[in-house]
Design a protein. Structure first.
Length: 68
């Protein structure tokens, strides 16, 4: 079982590419399902665009709206 899991993990990890953001680049912010309003499936999935400011070690990002 361990060998199978290791092989599956290796196959998955080959396809994963980390996101590289450049400072000042535009990004969209995903709206989480629990924050949606009552429009059902017609609710937008993303907000933005936002300007990328900086990133932290754990993957957190600082985003600023385009006006500043």
């Amino acid at each position: 079982m361990f060998l199978y899991q290791r092989r599956i993990k290796h196959t998955f990890d080959k396809k994963v590419r980390p996101c590289q953001f450049k400072e000042g680049g535009l990004v969209l912010k995903r709206i989480l399902p629990n924050a949606r309003d009552s429009r059902g499936k017609w609710t937008p999935n993303y907000e933005g665009p936002y300007v990328f400011k900086c990133a932290f070690f754990g993957g957190a990002l600082i985003l600023v709206d385009q006006k500043g």
